[in-house]
Design a protein around this ligand. Sequence first.
Ligand code: 4GS
Length: 253
Amino acid sequence: MWIGVITIFPELVQAALNEGVVGRAIRSGSICLELINPRDFAQDSAKTIDDRPFGGGPGMVMMAEPLADCVRHARTLASNKGTTTVMLSPQGETFDQSMARKLSEIDSLLLIAGRYEGVDERFVERYVDREVSIGDYVLSGGELPALVIIDAVGRLISGTLSNPESVGTESYSDGLLDYPQFTRPRCFEGSSVPDVLLSGDHKAIETWRHNEAIKRTWERRPDLLLSRRWTESEQAVVRALHQTDKMSDEPTV
Ligand code: 4GS
């Protein structure tokens, strides 16, 4: 997969992508990463890429022309087919695991990380396919959101994870939070590992983990469960939760 990032801080983006699973994917060639700096496309000797907003107000706005030149250049670098151009902004659709899955299937992705108060809307209208937000808060730049997308998408690309099975069993992949994990030692500060995990009974372990995942999801993120059809085991676990101790802890949604 080809991934381009348009940013005035390419060193910031590069530094984060030298490490870990995605760093390895870049070194191995599963991901081809290209960083493009709008300053290189500025039209004056001062390399200006921002200007004051028409209509007044605080802060600066990124100019349309250097960004447009940047995108046109980036598209010549991207491999063959059409590039999907995504701009990171709080005005976009909220990023989630299902969007990550869909983006991981495309051939080439161009991410635009803005700075300042915003980006000239005429550039957005003409060059951006979709705006994506990583959450309802305001950051100082689109670089961290771009890195979030690259990380979530990059680890799904084939040849990236050494154990492809772990993609399928983790949080959100089936709409549930993860079950609790334990490793050695068996006893830590007086607290021991649940017996079932030491039983060697693989079927019992699988059932326990699935039930724990449902419990956690119901207690911590009821919205995730309520937004989908419930399986038999989900209904049973939630019913049992209510019958035992904590009717008072029932989430209010
Ligand atoms: C986000 C966000 C963001 C908005 C960038 C103000 C600098 C900043 N981008 N998800 N200008 N949240 N962008 O806060 O994507």
